[in-house]
Design a protein around this ligand. Sequence first.
Ligand SMILES: C[S@@+](CC[C@H](N)C(=O)[O-])C[C@H]1O[C@@H](n2cnc3c(N)ncnc32)[C@H](O)[C@@H]1O
Length: 437
Amino acid sequence: MSRRRKLRESAPVEVALTGMAHRGPAVGRIDGQVVFAFYGIPGEQVRVQLERRRRKFLQAHVVEVLEPSPDRIAPACPYYGVCGGCQWQHLGYAAQVRLKRQIVEEQFARIGKQSVTVDQVHTPSSPWAYRYGCEIALSRAAGFRQRGSRRVVEVEQCAISHPLISKLLTTLNTMIQDGRIPDLWGMNWVETRVIPQGESVKLALVLEGVRNVDLVAQPELRAVLAALSTIPEAISVSYRTPSGAVEPFAGPALVDVEILGKQIRFPPGAFFQANVEMLPTAIARMRDLAAVQADETVLDLYCGVGIFGLFMAEDAGRVIGIEVDAQAIDAARQTAAQWGLQNTEFWDLSAEKVTEDLPQFDVAIVDPPRTGLDPRVLRAVAGSTPSRVVYLSCEPSTLARDAALLKEEGYRVERLELFDFFPQTYHVESLALFRRC
Ligand SMILES: C[S@@+](CC[C@H](N)C(=O)[O-])C[C@H]1O[C@@H](n2cnc3c(N)ncnc32)[C@H](O)[C@@H]1O
């Protein structure tokens, strides 16, 4: 029997949970060793099943709650605990928000080596049905991945996703049962976006794969694309080719997403914020914090389809957006032209590449992936001495790490706000205003 299996079949162990860790589990100690216990809550006495033994910690999940926290509630979703999408449905919503604030502040103290207080937490109108984007894995059924595994859990309804995504899950499962979509062993998935257009909502679907989608080598995927194209709400069906580019199969290569009454050109497969309802608040807060003047230049680094820079162009003298995804940059240019903007430029370059030759700018907006800023990029941005750096982050640990580096470069956190873009999960979006001292 493997060591892991032996651990999984060992007798549950009692533990007192004392804190909440950054990526969702509660924390306790067993014989002095740290244990990360999924589905636990600080203050609880629980029994856990060990799952993994690492050099510095144990990983486990709660199997019995002996003394529950007052924050514990019954999860609303029948897939909770099996599906890996949510980690915090067992926590009341007020507690989720409190813990996210606490975790971000702890990350700043521990990794960022500075004391920073969260000034404000923005929450959505409902902590349910908020997700406009997700990846639906295709296997013997359609659904989401199990926690810590590639295995696919069949899901018919997703409580945190837009109702159109739940409808799509049901449709895909029917198509698999009917044989219109074969068992793809979880090697392929449908990158799904709900596209708000005025009063109506549509779907943009991109078929993706572990080795992308090669229609010559895998002719069966043509039938999957054809099946997706029959879904009435799908206005665009495309696939990611082995080169990484997204090719349309049915419908247009770009669709329009309506935000704040304006149309944003979006190439399916590019990045788009998943909580569309909270996006206007994030744009408004970013504009407020940046307080860009009419004679100032804004650098929008990691700009995606240019959403922040495009709205900021109403305040600024000049906006330069930089993004590695050429299709997103092409879309940003098209949006700027449709809006009649004369003061924007969008460059399809990697941030690392552009640091060799950064233009002059007064304000930087940075919205990097989870990995945060490459140290070379950070030093190049700081070396251009903008008076403000507005940093939107989906990963508190890398934000805190970069805050420490920005501090060395003379930048202090002036304001920190959180956006709860992802209720029922540990994920949190942070918006930090750094000012040059
Ligand atoms: C968190 S998203 C933000 C996008 C945009 N600000 C928005 O909110 O829609 C990060 C973006 O960085 C881009 N990206 C990733 N690595 C990059 C790099 N090395 N250089 C430039 N852009 C990069 C991704 O393609 C993605 O669009």
